[in-house]
Design a protein around this ligand. Structure first.
Ligand code: NDP
Length: 254
């Protein structure tokens, strides 16, 4: 049994990429994991199947975020899944689902694109947290997946880092608010990592080389690099860590 046995986790956007890595790692540590997806049900089912195959426990919850009723849909699916597993409460909430509309500097970013990124990256985690707080057990964990783009000016646009900056402020402020309940809230700053989100950019060898050269450790991140850091924050080892941002970027721009 791992150090999260008996715990229940929800990882948003865990059908693919970093979220999938986090879901698999938390399940490997013993947690029952709700694998959330937006549109890609097959990929979420694949994640849950991989977890089961490795001896873990997971169920799938579908809800597109950033649309009216998103939180209601997600919470209803979560409740159904929890009931089916004889659970009612949550211990670990990982806000990982996010979108980046790349290549959109201030001169061209439209109000619709701006609203979409805010809706998925900020509004959804905010109101999902609001709804799930009564279900989150004292001593629980909230982890918000942010981006190195809040620390270095991004070549890919201004709207996305703005939303991740908001998520970081949310983390710190909420950490203070939930401290009396022993709930920790932290952000993880992610650098360039191999996923679908970055596949197109990293397909260009020049881009790949430039991003490798930005890191101290000399490579592009892997989903496991992020998942391991989240597992630490979710564990009892991180009981005295709250309101902070963990830089998991391989040392970008040191
Ligand atoms: P991917 O695009 O590979 O995966 C995104 C995941 O989020 C999928 O599971 C997707 O579900 C889900 N998702 C996206 N939009 C929505 C939505 N509107 N409603 C519900 N679910 C949604 O992304 P990554 O794994 O690369 O990114 C994960 C997190 O890490 C994001 O918050 C991202 O901003 C952050 N990050 C990533 C970096 C990178 O280099 N990859 C760098 C810095 C930060 P579905 O499969 O159903 O579409």
């Amino acid at each position: 049994m791992g150090n999260l046995s008996g715990k229940v986790a929800l990882v948003t956007g865990s059908s693919r990429g970093i979220g999938r890595g986090i879901a698999e790692r938390l399940a490997g540590d013993g947690a029952l994991v709700a694998v959330h997806y937006g549109r890609n049900e097959a990929a979420a089912a694949e994640t849950a199947a991989a977890i089961a195959e490795a001896g873990g426990r997971a169920f799938v919850v579908g809800a597109e975020l950033g649309v009216p009723g998103d939180v209601d849909t997600l919470v209803a699916g979560l409740e159904t899944g929890l009931r089916a597993h004889g659970e009612a409460a949550l211990d670990i909430l990982v806000h990982n689902a996010g979108i980046n509309i790349m290549g959109r500097p201030i001169e061209v970013l439209t109000p619709e694109e701006f609203d979409r990124m805010v809706a998925v990256n900020v509004k959804a985690p905010f109101f999902l947290t609001q709804r799930l707080l009564p279900r989150l057990r004292d001593g629980g964990r909230i982890v918000n997946i942010s981006s190195v783009s809040t620390r270095i000016a991004s070549a890919h646009g201004i709207g996305y880092p703005l939303t991740k900056g908001a998520l970081e402020v949310f983390s710190q402020t909420l950490a203070k608010h939930l401290g009396p309940r022993g709930i920790t809230v932290n952000a993880v700053s992610v650098g360039f990592t191999h996923t679908d989100m970055t596949a197109e950019v990293l397909a260009d060898p020049t881009n790949q080389e430039r991003n490798i050269n930005l890191t101290a450790l000399g490579r592009i991140g892997r989903v496991q690099d992020i998942a391991d850091a989240v597992a630490f924050l979710a564990s009892d080892d991180a009981r005295w860590v709250t309101g902070t941002k963990l830089d998991v970027t391989g040392g970008v721009n040191l």
